[in-house]
Design a protein around this ligand. Sequence first.
Ligand code: SF4
Length: 227
Amino acid sequence: MQITEIYKSLQGESTYAGLPCVFVRLTGCNLRCSWCDSEYTFTGGRRMASEDVFNEVVRLSPGRGLVEITGGEPMLQERELVPFTQRLLDAGYKVLMETSGERPLSRVPKGVVKIVDVKCPHSGEPDTFDLGNLHALLPHDEIKFVISDRTDYEFARHFVARHELAGKVNAVLFSPAFRKEAYGTRDASHCLLDPQDLAEWMVTDGVPARLGLQMHKFIWDPATKGV
Ligand code: SF4
């Protein structure tokens, strides 16, 4: 697999936020979201055998715990990734996989929790989610929308309602977009959309979603990598 980095930190997003987690960040992405904070994954990385990646996960978190497969877009390396995630599951790890859902997800092992980031209109990559992946969603999966303004919010709200997502997955997450060049202070001033506005819209509309903040950007400097 082509790997950008493997490290242990706290999970910053999803319903697993706050838990210690090993991150396996794969190199390469076929999208170019306007607020992407992972552009350093687009190229480079190093070629590693699946066995070596597995051993590094075990070294960082011996025998158990949470592992997130992320990128980039991990499903670009599906051929090696699918058996790798199955091996992690067989070894007793809880495995999360963050994906845009642009690639088919039907072959992801059922034990993997898919966290699917459906791109909103102002992400720069609208309409990239493969609607066929709605059939691959399982009750333990999570759907995330990164939202920069009212247009993105309305898209997310209607998408959730139209596809009845609240009844299909474990959680629907609405998260304010974060400035990709943010650094220094660890506060909500770096959000492109004020979390207070998003919270008030969600309460007013009774949206069946939970507000998600990228916890790691409030713990460490937002520019810090490998956390
Ligand atoms: S899908 Fe993720 S890694 Fe790829 S450009 Fe968008 S935010 Fe960045």
